[in-house]
Ligand binder design. Structure first.
Ligand code: PDD
Length: 281
């Protein structure tokens, strides 16, 4: 596979970053995952805008313009012949000469930019979407700026491991009694004709897929309510689902051992997935 590092397209075995890179030492980096369907980038503009916002919020310099980023994305998709899959992008505050908590002078230390592709044939026609997934709830112990897409992914990784141990597929995180989001996705339930999901704030990532799916839901005459909800309320719903760039719309059929809709994906989540895939392609 060919990857991109700071201006160069290289075989992955030749790509190098410094051990002093601040993302390696301090998780001082941000990232984006953009999916590819039929060789086409899905919602690149949304991802680019959120990346710019993450950079601004952390006072991190941009490595290049968003147009240049789009070019690099397209080039990698082409070189690696990605039909279905994704492009991972990471920007870090760069590699100073030494370990230091204080941010380096941006004139002296340039950001690190890394991109690579992941080939995932069958991403759209994912058999898991026909079965749905099981989630457990765990406490949300992450920091208070989850709206910034940083590479601090240790707790989400631990959450996925907790889910795996419990025989589930993923975890929904709960703070002060209310669901924030999934470990790497936004969380929703459907009751009647209404979709409920947590409102945007610093408590959750502002999902690019979330924005698109809520727009499509409203266009299909579904009601959308953005508010706090509990695990108990979601367990009593007709359907539940998650969204992310890598799963699109994925039905949830079990929450903490309680089955929803007889344990099979409901019609509305399945329809939202269809609409999302149709509209994005
Ligand atoms: N995760 N919430 C969290 C905590 C996430 O990590 C993600 C994305 C989302 C969904 O955002 P979007 O719809 O823009 O992908 C919500 C990516 C896919 C990942 O870490 O692989």
């Amino acid at each position: 596979r060919t990857v991109y590092v700071n201006g160069d397209y290289l075989p992955e075995t030749e790509a190098k970053v410094s051990i002093f890179d601040r993302a390696f030492l301090m998780a001082d980096g941000v990232y984006e995952v953009t999916s590819v369907l039929g060789g086409k980038l899905i919602d690149f503009e949304g991802h680019a805008k959120r990346l710019q916002r993450s950079l601004d919020e952390l006072d991190m310099p941009s490595p290049c313009t968003m147009d240049e980023l789009l070019e690099i994305h397209r080039e990698l998709v082409k070189i690696n012949e990605i039909d279905e899959g994704m492009v991972y992008l990471q920007v870090t505050r760069g590699a100073p000469d030494d370990r230091d908590f204080v941010f380096p002078d941006p004139e002296l230390v340039k950001p690190t930019l890394v991109l690579f592709t992941q080939n995932k044939p069958g991403l759209a026609d994912n058999p898991v979407a026909k079965k749905g997934i099981k989630v457990i709830s765990i406490e949300d112990v992450r920091w208070g700026r989850r709206d910034i897409k940083t590479v601090q992914l240790l707790y989400p990784s631990m959450g996925k491991m907790m889910a795996k141990k419990a025989g589930a597929d993923d975890a929904w995180m709960v703070e002060d009694g209310f669901v924030t989001e999934g470990t790497s996705n936004n969380a929703y339930f459907i009751k009647g004709n209404k979709i409920v999901t947590r409102a945007l704030s610093n408590d959750i990532l502002h999902g690019i897929t979330r924005a698109a799916v809520l727009r499509f839901a409203k266009e299909s005459q579904m009601e959308v309510e953005e508010r706090n909800f509990t695990i108990e309320e979601a367990q009593q719903a007709d359907e539940a689902f998650i969204t992310s760039a890598s799963t699109f719309v994925m039905p949830v059929v079990e929450i903490d051992g309680v089955s929803l809709g007889g344990g099979v994906p409901g019609p509305r989540a399945a329809r939202l997935r269809e609409i999302y895939l149709e509209e994005s392609r």
